[in-house]
Ligand binder design. Structure first.
Ligand code: ATP
Length: 885
């Protein structure tokens, strides 16, 4: 018989578990061994060999393999061996980088896997979903993913959205008490079951796990989910395009050279190799791998500052964000609430900060009782769990000798209507002797709307406009001091009523005012954001005055005129809102659906908007925003699922830090790419010029390969992890439409590349000239040529290495940036020079690459030559800075 056909007692018996106790650790252990981890099998990982061969599927590699075959055919064995070695080495580096990047992304994904609440050994604890076993008692509340297949054993107004399983996006109502006799009842109708990967949208419940991992319903259909989608960032896409274009240009030039060589009647084989050299020089082969690794390292670094990036493209978008929309509670404030004042009709009362007090009989005591009974949070030995607003109320109760446990044992809860951020109210129905009492608490304006009476001097009187005005004044007085104000009301009934009937005709009891201090560090972060051309915006469910007071304390707003409320937004047409949106800094009393409207209005002006969210209903606004930011601690699984980035500390400051990192990462990628392109251009210039002017070839293909794939790679990666400009946050956000080569980057690549190319030729000429030959001399002896080629080869490699130093900043000198502030780059340059030294000094390598050892004097000359592109670039920067002044 299926689980849904049995009653709850039977199910619990069969699974050998008690609802109030849960499983013990020993039972969990043995069941874990028996049933395995609760996870769906992913796609099998690519093997190392598969990864290796996937590196070889590349245009450049085909060109090289072709070259290897031809060199082999004509007996140039060393050349073919070198080419093959380079291909293999390049593939190994590629595998390593891909592996590292994948590991980094995987580690991030692990941090974001949903967790679940289970009862074990009598306590409710939060665990990783994969540790769940059959028989576990799972506690569900709104916003959580169902971690396994459950037979519900208790449910209150539970609604579950099951589209992951049934495709039906309207949430289904669930009821633990039902039993379905018909074994063929369709999945969608099983109201006493909850299935893995579906989502609680409303209410709360408890269920017992009846299926885990691949034996769940979703496991049966999914048979292995493919969760890792490879998301290319816009920049990666553009660079891939650029790579392709350069590849085609390279092939075009190769054909051209071949034709010229035919006309010039040069040695065909040599020209074939030259054409290949040029192709190698022109195609930026290391580029995609380097960008991928820089992104992966970047997001790993961001996770260390509490920002988990879920989608790689978000890294780039972060750099362009110019509006940060942030929740107030918990993000800008500490979310540690304390009730400071109570208000009953015409009576303000300060709550003592230490010690206890006694509540007066009548409205005062009733107010506290209602506030305490109408909560889901718990407070045990001063340790609170649940909503901080409610914990503050429980603490209030304890101060007044009205602890929740005692109250609840006298007034048992029989029904409830949970809080949601649209109604901004919560109600419970509690037994009160022979009758029942509704206790309602919530945003004070909403309490007014559902109250018809008020308790005044112990008597229930109609809530007149005058009375309302009185309460309102008290509420605003507290709001203006940045306090969150909650109202409470009640009514008595003879019988148990429907939740729909609860919030009507209530009797207003009074108000409480609670403080939630701003986070200390937020003020600085807001200042920093403004300096960086970013406007911080507060979006809150709280009252206008409370919101405005905090916004002004934090420097987000200057006056009440910059605030607007949810109901005012409702009254505005989209066009009107679009027009006025720039004036607002604070949105108060908003519901989740307003957030979408706000995002769209900001975007209508071309702004790049980030939006925070934590609730079940925040998913649409998170998806609509350019960067959806979910809260790691208080956020629901839904909001996390819909977000681009998760803050593990729920802190506004982290958003600003993430933007700084996002800007740095983009700038660093730009440095790497411009550097690599300058190098490639240098090689093209040197070779093309030689072909056009009938000069001997200054560089052999194997030499170019060596430089491109070995010596260049290290500084390029080191530039990618550059510590970044100190003043990134004093610049305006980057326009997302801005070209990658904006701001003179293309110019710098052209100048740097041409210089490197020209110097390579000069070094070549210098080498020939030392032995009394010219570029245009007819026949040059082999050893002179080798000497000159060595000079060119070393100058090309070393000038690129030095030039990388200059790429760290487009404006500041290498000394202003700090010559040694990027240790990796210094390491990469030293390593490059050592490798270069090795390749010309170790005899068998030197022979293979057709180079020879250089004397100390030659090295000095070479180093001087190699410093020139760096020096010229520094002079250009100097000129630019003088012009800017
Ligand atoms: P923010 O949007 O800045 O994070 P918030 O999360 O507190 O603020 P909501 O949770 O939507 O916003 O709360 C909106 C209002 O509802 C609060 O100002 C308060 O008056 C009321 N409220 C909050 N929590 C509860 C609760 N547990 N029960 C009853 N009313 C509540």
């Amino acid at each position: 018989m299926s689980w849904f056909s049995k009653d709850t007692e039977q199910v619990l018996n069969e699974l050998q578990v008690k609802q109030k106790q849960g499983l013990t650790n020993a039972e969990v252990q043995s069941r874990l061994e028996k049933y395995g981890e609760n996870k769906l099998k992913g796609k099998p990982k690519k093997s190392l060999a598969a990864l290796f061969f996937s590196q070889l599927r590349d245009m450049l590699i085909y060109v090289l393999l072709g070259a290897a075959v031809i060199t082999l055919l004509i007996g140039e064995y060393t050349d073919s061996i070198i080419i093959l070695l380079v291909v293999i080495l390049n593939a190994i580096i590629g595998v390593f980088q891909e592996f590292k990047a994948e590991k980094a992304i995987e580690a991030l994904q692990k941090m974001t896997t949903p967790r679940a609440l289970v009862r074990r050994n009598g306590d409710v604890i939060e665990i990783d979903s994969k540790e769940i076993v059959p028989g576990d008692i799972v506690v569900l509340d709104a916003g959580r993913y169902i971690p396994a297949d459950l037979r519900l054993i208790e449910s209150v107004n539970l609604q579950i959205e099951e589209s992951a399983l049934t495709g039906e996006s309207v949430p289904s109502e669930k009821n633990a008490a039902l039993v379905f006799e018909d074994p063929k009842t369709p999945l969608g109708d099983l109201a006493n079951m909850a299935f893995m990967s579906t989502l609680v949208t409303y209410g709360r419940a408890e269920g017992v796990v009846v299926g885990t991992g691949m034996s769940t319903e979703i496991g049966k259909i999914a048979k292995g989910l493919d969760e890792t989608q490879t998301d290319m960032t816009p920049l990666q896409k553009r660079l891939a395009e650029l790579g392709k274009t350069l590849g085609y240009i390279a092939i075009g030039i190769c054909i051209l050279i071949f034709v010229i060589a035919l006309i010039q009647r040069r040695d065909l084989f040599e020209m074939f190799l030259t054409a290949i050299s040029l192709a190698v020089a022109a195609i930026p082969e290391g580029l995609p791998a380097i960008v991928a690794i820089v992104l992966a390292l970047g997001v790993t670094r961001m996770s260390r500052i509490n920002a988990i990036v879920k989608r790689l493209p978000a890294v780039e978008t972060l750099g362009s964000v110019n509006i940060i929309c942030s929740d107030k509670t918990g993000t800008l404030t500490q979310n540690k609430m304390t009730v400071l004042h109570l208000y009953t009709y015409r009576k303000f009362l300060d709550v003592p900060s230490e010690g206890t007090a006694t509540a007066e009989e009548g409205a005062e005591k009733k107010l506290i009782q209602t506030m305490v009974l109408c909560t889901d949070a718990t407070l045990i030995n001063g340790e609170g769990t649940g909503d901080p607003t409610e914990i503050a109320l429980l603490e209030l109760g304890e101060k007044y000798h009205l602890p929740k446990r005692e109250l609840e044992s006298g007034f048992e809860r029989v029904a409830e209507k949970p809080f949601d951020s649209d109604r901004k109210l919560m109600s419970t129905l509690n037994k009160e002797g022979s009758h029942y009492r509704v206790h309602t608490k919530g945003a004070f304006d909403n309490i007014f709307n559902v109250s018809s009476h008020a308790l005044v001097d112990g008597k229930k009187v109609p809530l007149t406009d005058e009375l309302k005005a009185n309460f309102l004044r008290a509420a605003e007085e507290m709001s203006d001091q940045a306090l969150r104000v909650l109202g409470a009301a009640y009514k008595d009934t003879d019988e148990i009523i429907n939740p729909e009937e609860m919030e009507k005709d209530l009797t207003m009891l009074g108000l409480v005012g609670m403080i939630d201090p701003p986070r200390l560090e937020v003020k600085d972060a807001i200042h920093q954001a403004k300096q960086a051309g970013i406007t911080p915006i507060m979006i809150t469910g709280d009252h206008q005055h409370t919101a405005a007071a905090i916004a002004m304390q934090l420097g987000m707003a200057t006056s009440l005129a910059q605030t607007v409320s949810g109901s005012e937004l409702d009254a505005m047409a989209d066009e009107e809102l679009n027009e006025k949106i720039g004036n607002y800094r604070v949105f108060s009393r908003v519901s989740p659906e307003h957030k979408v409207k706000i995002v769209k209005a900001f975007q209508s002006h071309g702004n790049i908007v980030s939006m925070t969210g934590d609730g079940v209903n925040d998913a649409p606004s998170l998806k609509n925003a350019d960067i959806g930011v979910a809260m790691g601690i208080t956020g629901t699984d839904v909001s996390k699922g819909a977000s681009d980035m998760i803050l593990t500390d729920d802190n506004f400051t982290t958003i600003v830090s993430a933007i700084r990192e996002g800007r740095n990462i983009y700038n660093n990628i730009k440095k790497s790419v411009v550097f690599l392109l300058s190098c490639n251009l240098g090689e093209i210039v040197a070779i093309l010029a030689s072909v056009l002017f009938f000069w001997p070839m200054p560089l052999l293909p194997t030499q170019i390969l060596w430089i491109n794939l070995i010596t260049d790679t290290f500084p390029a990666i080191a530039l990618g992890v550059d510590p970044g400009d100190k003043d990134v946050m004093s610049k305006k956000p980057r326009d997302p439409k801005e070209s990658f080569f904006a701001g003179g980057a293309a110019m710098r690549a052209v100048i740097g590349g041409s210089l490197i190319g020209i110097l390579t030729l000069v070094a070549f000429y210098f080498g020939l000239n030392e032995h009394g030959y010219q570029l245009w001399s007819g026949s040059i002896p082999e050893d002179v040529l080798t000497y000159a080629e060595t000079m060119a080869f070393v100058v090309l490699a070393v000038s690129q290495l030095f030039y990388s130093l200059s790429m760290r900043s487009a404006f500041h000198t290498i000394f202003q940036v700090g010559l040694f502030s990027n240790k990796y780059l210094i390491g990469a340059i030293l390593l490059g020079i050592i490798l270069q030294f090795a390749v010309i000094s170790i005899p068998f390598l030197a022979a293979a690459f057709h180079v020879q050892m250089l004397s100390l004097q030659d090295w000095i000359i070479v180093i001087l030559f190699a410093l020139i592109p760096l020096a010229v670039n520094e002079l250009i920067k100097l000129g630019m800075r003088m012009k800017n002044k």
